[in-house]
Design a protein around this ligand. Structure first.
Ligand SMILES: NC(=O)c1ccc[n+]([C@@H]2O[C@H](COP(=O)([O-])OP(=O)(O)OC[C@H]3O[C@@H](n4cnc5c(N)ncnc54)[C@H](OP(=O)(O)O)[C@@H]3O)[C@@H](O)[C@H]2O)c1
Length: 263
């Protein structure tokens, strides 16, 4: 197994680390660098070791997972140690050329995962900027352990994946808040029960999609003429829910492109 370092051990690193461990990746090969006490505590509790950035070796695979505002500083800390280091940037928005302008000798990959990696149901887009075939294969094999891996041919597509997939889970959590509120009320405030209901609802939806991927057929199978579903759907159409949802996604993709210009 390859030694991997998560530089920045917050939300996305924790999701990837937990997914990797449950997929059988031996935690003795996983390390992290982080300054945040609460994130450090969470990972040390599950037996993942913290190291100082100067203990990183040239052969390690370094996943850069800090917020965009911290990315260039963290990147500089890494390249100070090894000029030929292998870096996989998970950072939204910041383009490869921004990093390569600071060091042309590194092997650089960009990857955009999502937090469902924690349950090995992740979706990760990957783009190879300057890594060797061997490094790219090693990184791809690691990321495949936590879900689906999609290699994109153009770096710009990483922004689309950021807006659609990286941010994706949050859109659904946001929409589900409406459900949660109503269902919890029906369950007399029993949040455990409402959680169970929402989980079953979503698992059923996922299975329906994998069984028949035509979404219109699936809608027709639920909606009947003059029925409740049709009334609900009509209201969504009148209030332009689809357009509003799409606008949000477009805005997120645009934001990914803007970030690049800010740092
Ligand atoms: N969250 C997601 O679903 C998701 C999905 C795909 C991609 N991403 C990308 O992944 C990156 C990380 O996102 P996140 O949500 O995981 O962020 P996060 O929860 O804030 O985690 C980042 C961690 O890195 C630490 N850190 C920052 N600079 C550091 C430095 N120089 N040395 C040591 N530790 C440092 C932070 O400490 P402090 O708290 O002290 O700052 C924090 O613990 C972002 O660029 C984001 O675009 C996130």
């Amino acid at each position: 197994m390859k030694k991997i370092i998560f530089y920045g051990a917050g939300n996305i690193s924790q999701a990837l680390i937990e997914g990797l461990i449950s997929a059988g990746y031996d935690k003795k090969y996983i390390y992290f660098v982080d300054r945040n006490k609460s994130n450090t505590k969470k990972l040390t509790k599950i037996g993942v070791k913290k190291i100082n950035h100067d203990s990183i070796q040239a052969t390690d695979l370094v996943f850069l997972a800090v917020k965009p505002k911290d990315a260039l500083f963290a990147f500089d800390e890494i390249i100070k140690i090894h000029e030929k280091i292998k870096i996989i940037s998970l950072v939204a928005g910041i383009k490869s050329n921004k990093f390569l302008a600071r060091s042309k000798t590194i092997e650089l990959i960009r990857a955009m995962p999502n937090t469902s990696s924690r349950f090995n149901k992740g979706i990760t887009a990957i783009y190879n900027k300057s890594s060797s075939k061997t490094t790219f294969k090693k990184v791809s094999d690691i990321l495949k352990k936590v879900g689906i891996l999609i290699e994109v041919e153009k770096e710009a597509y990483i922004d689309d994946f950021t807006g659609l997939i990286g941010s994706g889970p949050a859109y659904f959590f946001y929409l589900l808040k409406v459900y949660e509120k109503r269902i919890t009320k029906l369950c007399n405030g029993d949040t455990k029960k409402s959680n169970e209901i929402i989980t079953n609802l979503l698992e059923g939806i996922a299975l329906s999609i994998s069984n028949n991927n035509n979404l219109d057929d699936l809608i027709s199978a639920v909606a009947s003429k003059k029925g409740t579903t049709e009334a609900g759907l009509k209201s969504f159409k009148t209030t332009k829910l689809s357009q509003s949802f799409e606008k949000g996604i477009i805005r997120a993709i645009k934001r990914a492109k803007e970030i690049s210009k800010e740092y």
